[in-house]
Design a binder for this molecule. Sequence first.
Ligand code: MG
Length: 447
Amino acid sequence: MLGSRMKGRAAAMLGSRMKGRAAAMSDRCILHVDCNSFYASVEQAEDPKLRGLPVAVAGKEELRHGIILTKSTEAKAYGVKTAEAIWEARKKCPSLVVLPPNFALYKRYSEMARDIYCQYTDRVEPFGLDECWLDLTGTLQLFGGDVRMVAEEISERVKAELGITVSIGIGWDKITAKFGSDYRKPDAITEINRKNYQDVFWGAPVEDLLYVGSATKRKLNASGIFTIGGLARASDCYLKRRFGKVGFYIRSFARGEDASPVKAYDPGLHDVARSIKSYGNGLTAPHDITSPDDARALVYLLAESVGQRLRGDSMRAHTVCIGVRDGATLEGFGRQVRLYRATASTGAIAKAAWELLLASHRIDADHPIRAITVRVTGLEPLFQPMQLPLFPDEALERERLDFVIDDLRRRFGNTVVTRGTVLLDKCYQGLDIKEDNTVHPVGFFHV
Ligand SMILES: [Mg+2]
């Protein structure tokens, strides 16, 4: 009733208001990429024998309450549904191949997909393991300026590199983009734009809008609001009375006025495999360290592996910590320093760690050291925007050099490039600190 009452003049006014607004500000360009039947597709990509078969990934079958988590397109054709019990699914599809979930594998595919997305923009915001928003507003011109072509390229690359299909929605905010990726699947691209949204977006059932769940749908339907367009036209007093503040949110989504940004990808936050808070490496010497040269070389050696792992995960660190175990008392202590600017440079980490050690411990025959640990924390992703120095900066140059060295080491082995500090001491030559990072080599230090 309310929907139809609003249809006349108010709807016309709202329509023109949205058009005016569209003209007044330039729209963002947002993609929502959704991997189709993710778990099942990954299983099929990994095992060619499963391709073409009705496959479902489900919880433990012997627990009786095992439910279907995802089904392949082939299983879907039999009417197998997500969240139904395995026995129900088997009734519809006796040949159903039921697999237990392998989350480590799905996480790996998820990371590979995100690696592709991140090549088009730094604004990649995951929504679960298999979905991401991409904001191409600032980078589209770099890829030719045609959003559809970029979407096609991403889709083709995921297909070729991962062996799974995606459906992509193109919109001007996260809501319209998400709507687009749900609109047609699998392996489809749907663009919601200012020309077609009144038909496609507004004409769709209201429950197709992100965040409209079954309870909200029931309430809206009871008031005669069945479409997203109906919700877009709902009045202030109705929304306030029935939904409170939330009502205004969902109406702004229906109106295509969601201003929430697509967040910059943060592998630290979104690292699907593990949530790393710090990187560290330590070595207990079989004999006490009694000379500053030995200690310094060890600090550099440890910092080398810490920096390498940090860069390998595309991170920078703000804080450098050292841990020292006294050779005489066997007591340990720690010190840390927050750097002026986050770094991924081995040299910068080593320098800070060495200065901490020098400032906190005398190193001679009377003050031996048993163990040293170098650790970094306060992590941020490498491509997080940072204030660059006005003048050429040695630390940044060195960081870049480190990446080149990492690449050489990846290709030719960890010992192919060695730091001069380490070469000064014959004992360190040939030690692969990254590979042997908990070694206790006998005779390793001067005695
Ligand atoms: Mg999906």
